[in-house]
Design a protein around this ligand. Sequence first.
Ligand code: URA
Length: 242
Amino acid sequence: MRLDKYLADCGLGSRTDIKTFLKKKRVTVNGKIETSPKYQVNQETDSVCFDGLEQSYETFVYYLLNKPKGVISATEDKSHRTVLDLLEVSDRKKGIFPVGRLDKDTHGLLLLTNNGALAHAMLSPKKHVDKRYRAQIEGVMTEDDQKSFAEGIVLKDFTSQPAQLTILEVDTDLETSLVDICIAEGKFHQVKRMVAACGKEVTDLQRLQMGPLSLDETLEQGNYRRLTDQELESLAVFGVPL
Ligand code: URA
């Protein structure tokens, strides 16, 4: 692999940034200054350093994003901003995509990665990965609604698997509720449709958890960070190379 691509994949910057670093003699290969972006790195044997620090090549990257409302969970779109537009150019590694979709008006936890096997495992219906949402509701959610969720709600095209509805707050004057909803599926508009089937409406939806990952409350909407080592280790349950 070319040296400029190698260093860009290590997360040091864009290919243009890397060319500047090379010109400034900040890169060594096996202890010798290397200035050519075309140098072919031997990943098995070469030791590549930037400012004296050895660089390790990352095959996969993982970002935890607090998705804001108003952007779509896609990699490209002609008329809308996508979640990839929120990433720094140097972080938009080839092949990165969101693991699953949140509606345009839903905010909260979204994992972005270029690890297709992981995404496949996390989204597989067979794995029953729990997704937990906090929902603001127009209408008063009741114990009967909790029972319906627990039994599985009959929708037009499918019956949901048993889901958990936790009522956090009810305002009987305003006729609103704040609830947590945990589902193991990820069908189109699923939470909104399950709530609508109870005769109420979701007015705000935030994803708090997906499998072992939780929303980092210190991340402002629209911000993201790499997964911590601990978060990455928690993904080992999916049994794919990370
Ligand atoms: N359910 C929905 O209705 N919307 C989402 O964005 C996620 C789950």
